[in-house]
Design a protein around this ligand. Structure first.
Ligand SMILES: [Zn+2]
Length: 74
C-alpha cells in the first residue's frame, strides 16, 4: 500500500514496532506491535484491530513484562 503522506513515494511494509502511549498520566511502552511502516518517511499505521487490542491490554495488564528507563528531554 502506498504511503498516505503527501509527496512521499514509499510503500508501507509490515513491521513490528515499539509503540508508546500515554495512559492515565503514565507512559506505556508496548514492544512488538504489528504496524504498517513507511521506510521512506517513517509514517506508521496501526489497524483498528491492533488499536483495540492495545486498549484491552492497557485495561487488563496489571503488571508489565519488563520496565524501561524513562528520560526527559528537558
Ligand atoms: Zn512515507
Amino acid at each position: 500500500m502506498k504511503c498516505s503522506i503527501e509527496g512521499c513515494l514509499g510503500e508501507y511494509e509490515e513491521r513490528k514496532i515499539i509503540h508508546t502511549v500515554r495512559h492515565q498520566g503514565q507512559v506505556i511502552v508496548i514492544d512488538h506491535v504489528p504496524a504498517e511502516v513507511c521506510p521512506v518517511c517513517g509514517d506508521r499505521l496501526l489497524n483498528p484491530e491492533t488499536v483495540r487490542r492495545i486498549e484491552v491490554l492497557l485495561q487488563t495488564a496489571p503488571h508489565p513484562a519488563s520496565k524501561v528507563p524513562l528520560y526527559e528531554y528537558a
